[in-house]
Design a protein around this ligand. Structure first.
Ligand SMILES: C[S@@+](CC[C@H](N)C(=O)[O-])C[C@H]1O[C@@H](n2cnc3c(N)ncnc32)[C@H](O)[C@@H]1O
Length: 285
C-alpha cells in the first residue's frame, strides 16, 4: 500500500500529520460507524480497555466515558503525531471518565498488560503479520475478554471510496496493485471467512462478523458545489483513495481534485455529500 516504506514511517510521515490536522473532520465522517462500534462493544462500567491503533484518541476518550472512573483505558498507536493530538485532548475529559493513557507501541509485538476488552476503529488492518498481531492481542485479553473492531468490506461495497477512486484511476500512469489479505491496507479483511480464520488461528474461540452499512457525510458546504469540494478534500487527503495520489505531481493532483469534485457533485444534496460506507463489525472472544 505505501510503497516500500514501513507502517511506522507511513503513519509518522505526511499521512499521520494529515490525519492529526483533520481529527475533527474524520470523526464527523466516521460518527455513525463509531456509534455502531460502541453499541456492539458493550463496555461494562469498571472495565479496562485497550484501544488498538487509537490514532488521535477519539475512541479511547469515548471508551473512558463509558467505563467510568472505576475503569481504565489505554490507547496504543505507532504514530507520534496522532498520539500528540490524543494527549492534548486529555485535559478536556468530562468528570467521571476513566483515566486514559496513550502509549507509543506496536501492538503486533508489545506486551501492554491485561485488559477486559479491546477495541479498534479501523486500526487492525495495517499489521505486517496479522497472525502474530491477533495472537498478541488475544494474549492481552483476560479470560472472558472480547475484541471488537471495525474494518472495511470490499471496495465496490464502499461508494464513499469507490466513487472518488474511479474518478482518479483514468488519470494514473499505472493501475494500482489488487488488494491482498497479506498486505497491510484498508481493504485486506474484506473476506469475512479469511478474517474469521485468522482470528480463530490466533486463539479466539468465537468470532462474529456483522455487516454494517451506514451513510457517511464526506463533506458539507453552504452550497452543493462547496460540499463537493469539501468531500473531494477528504477523499484525496484522508480517505483510502488518498494513497492513489500520495506522490502525484502538482498537475496530476490538481486534475484529480477537479475530477473527484465533479464526481462527488452528483451526490451532493442540501449542502452535504452522503455516500454509503460498508464495514465488518467484528467481535471475537
Ligand atoms: C486508519 S487509522 C485509524 C486511527 C483511529 N483508530 C481512528 O479511527 O481515527 C489506523 C491507525 O492504526 C495505527 N497503527 C497501524 N499499525 C499499528 C500497530 N502495529 N500498532 C499500533 N497502531 C498501529 C496507525 O498509526 C493509525 O493511527
Amino acid at each position: 500500500m505505501a510503497g516500500d516504506i514501513t507502517q511506522i514511517e507511513y503513519w509518522n510521515g505526511e499521512v499521520g500529520a494529515r490525519w492529526a490536522r483533520n481529527q475533527a473532520v474524520l470523526d464527523a465522517v466516521f460518527a455513525p460507524l463509531t456509534e455502531a462500534l460502541f453499541d456492539r462493544a458493550g463496555l461494562s462500567p469498571g472495565a479496562s480497555v485497550l484501544d488498538i491503533g487509537c490514532g488521535s484518541g477519539t475512541t479511547s476518550l469515548e471508551a473512558a466515558q463509558r467505563v467510568g472512573a472505576a475503569g481504565a483505558v489505554m490507547g496504543a498507536d505507532i504514530s507520534a503525531p496522532l498520539l500528540a493530538v490524543a494527549r492534548s485532548r486529555l485535559g478536556a475529559q468530562a468528570p467521571g471518565a476513566a483515566p486514559v493513557t496513550f502509549v507509543e507501541a506496536d501492538v503486533e509485538h508489545a506486551d501492554l498488560g491485561g485488559f477486559d476488552a479491546a477495541l479498534s476503529r479501523f486500526g487492525v488492518m495495517f499489521f505486517p503479520d496479522s497472525d502474530r498481531a491477533f495472537a498478541n492481542l488475544r494474549r492481552m485479553l483476560r479470560p472472558g475478554g472480547r475484541l471488537t473492531f471495525l474494518c472495511w468490506r470490499a471496495l465496490p461495497e464502499n461508494p464513499w471510496v469507490q466513487v472518488p477512486r474511479e474518478a482518479v484511476l483514468p488519470l494514473l500512469p499505472e493501475v494500482p496493485p489488487p488488494v491482498s489479505p497479506d498486505t497491510p491496507g484498508p481493504f485486506r479483511f474484506a473476506d469475512p471467512d479469511h478474517l474469521a480464520g485468522l482470528l480463530r488461528g490466533a486463539g479466539f474461540g468465537t468470532v462474529a462478523c456483522e455487516a454494517v452499512d451506514r451513510d457517511v457525510v464526506l463533506g458539507r458546504g453552504e452550497s452543493d458545489a462547496a460540499a463537493a469540494e469539501a468531500a473531494a478534500h477528504v477523499a484525496l487527503n484522508l480517505g483510502p483513495s488518498a494513497r492513489l495520489v500520495r506522490e502525484a505531481e502538482p498537475d496530476l493532483r490538481a486534475r484529480a481534485e477537479a475530477a473527484v469534485t465533479e464526481a462527488l457533485r452528483g451526490y451532493a444534496v442540501g449542502g452535504a455529500v452522503r455516500l454509503r460506507a460498508a464495514c465488518w463489525l467484528v467481535q471475537a472472544g
